[in-house]
Design a protein around this ligand. Structure first.
Ligand code: ZN
Length: 390
């Protein structure tokens, strides 16, 4: 086993034959030297490599900008979120969330943004301390919606989020796609949420299906639009001009449809809602294509809920097979573009000297066959190996 060749504290050399740098470039037959949890050197290293990833495709650890780490299926196989849904204990809910994050890391994702639940603050601390195995975790802790209050109350709420340690503000400018996706917050409420986020030095990411809700959020200075199913060209054009990131999500809809019995009958997970999601899929594909045509910055996010954790990489496959992305564009969305959207481009999302040693390796060539992202064989985060082998 490789560990026998590693001495504590010493630099580790990783040999690669194909390496994608996360910014659209391919490097052939190069070594990575890892020191102090970072990439210290790229290029031929002296001596024997401690870790040999030749024959695989090595990439920066993947980034998912939209998950729900605390959603899980209870013992009856039904959806629960955090404490909600009475079947499981708070302890079971917490363990399920930890298990979700473990599965996500093993699936090649070394950073995720969860949007958001209170428990994520504790999970973030445990992961950062090295006590739990999981991806670097960013969280909104809470969510802002039309029921949060008037503009003044929303500003206060956002200040409290900041004080409680939120990394980002999440708001619902429109309804769920299951309820038609119409604008729900007033422009004043949206301006308060995004404006106060900016004032507090936080990014704001906005759930928006309809163009009016998205447009109000963009005008209010939000940093990312989630879903965007019904966005028109004018709104996409405005997003491109303002540098607002776009995060269309396929996996969430496929996951709901595949796991329908586990959700059906809970809240708006009714027959009408499922029909709306089925109709939404081709629209997501279409809006992603138009977003690319308008040169909007597209990030990778799954909106990963119960059933999707650990399968986040399926989003890459849907982006290519349904959304028309090139494999390189899809992979870059989940690397440097996602890192930039999180304000972390100086640390993660690319393979470059000085960056965190976050790596994922897959068997096969995802540029030729994107389904190679399912064959994760190696995961390193901050220089620590979490997975080595299928
Ligand atoms: Zn979501």
């Amino acid at each position: 086993m490789f560990a026998a060749t590693l001495a504590y504290g010493q630099a580790v050399v990783i040999r690669t034959s194909t390496l994608l740098d996360g910014k659209g470039h391919v490097l052939k037959n190069t070594d990575l030297t890892i020191e102090g949890g970072r990439i210290a050197r790229i290029g031929a290293a002296k001596g024997k490599a401690a870790i040999d990833l030749t024959g695989m495709t090595v990439m920066p650890g993947w980034i998912d900008t939209h998950v729900h780490a605390t959603w899980y299926f209870n013992r009856d196989g039904r959806l629960e979120q955090g404490g909600r849904g009475a079947k499981s204990t708070p302890q079971q809910a917490a363990l399920s969330a930890a298990a979700n994050l473990y599965a996500t890391l093993m699936g090649g994702f070394t950073t995720v943004q969860s949007l958001g639940a209170e428990l994520e603050g504790d999970l973030r601390a445990q992961i950062a301390a090295g006590a739990l195995a999981g991806p670097r975790l960013l969280t909104s802790l809470r969510q802002v919606s039309e029921t949060t209050g008037d503009a003044g109350q929303i500003r206060e709420y956002v200040r409290k989020m900041k004080a409680d340690g939120a990394d980002v503000v999440k708001l619902f400018a429109t309804a769920s796609i299951r309820d038609g996706g119409k604008m729900t917050m007033t422009p004043e409420q949206i301006t308060a949420a995004c404006g106060e986020a900016t004032a507090q030095g936080l990014r704001s990411v906005v759930h928006a299906h309809s163009p009016d809700g998205a447009r109000a959020a963009v005008m209010a200075g939000c940093t990312a639009i989630e879903h965007g199913t019904f966005l028109d060209d004018a709104t996409l054009e405005l997003m491109a001009a303002r540098g607002v990131y776009f995060d269309p999500n396929f996996l969430v809809l496929h996951n709901y449809l595949e796991n329908k019995p586990r959700f059906l009958g809970i809240g708006n997970y009714n027959e009408e809602g499922f029909a709306a999601m089925e109709k939404g899929l081709p629209l997501v594909a279409e809006v992603l294509k138009r977003a690319r045509a308008h040169h909007v910055k597209v990030v990778l996010g799954t909106d990963g809920v119960a059933g999707a954790h650990g399968r986040n990489a399926e989003e890459f496959i849907y982006r290519v097979k349904e959304g028309g992305d090139t494999p390189m564009d899809a992979l870059t969305s989940g690397a440097s573009v996602a890192a930039e959207s999180l304000g972390m481009a100086d640390r993660i999302g690319a393979i470059a000297v000085g960056m965190q040693a976050d790596l994922v390796a897959v068997e096969g060539d995802p540029l030729a066959d994107i389904t190679a992202v399912r064959r994760v064989a190696f995961v390193m985060k901050g220089g620590k190996v979490y997975r080595y082998g299928r």
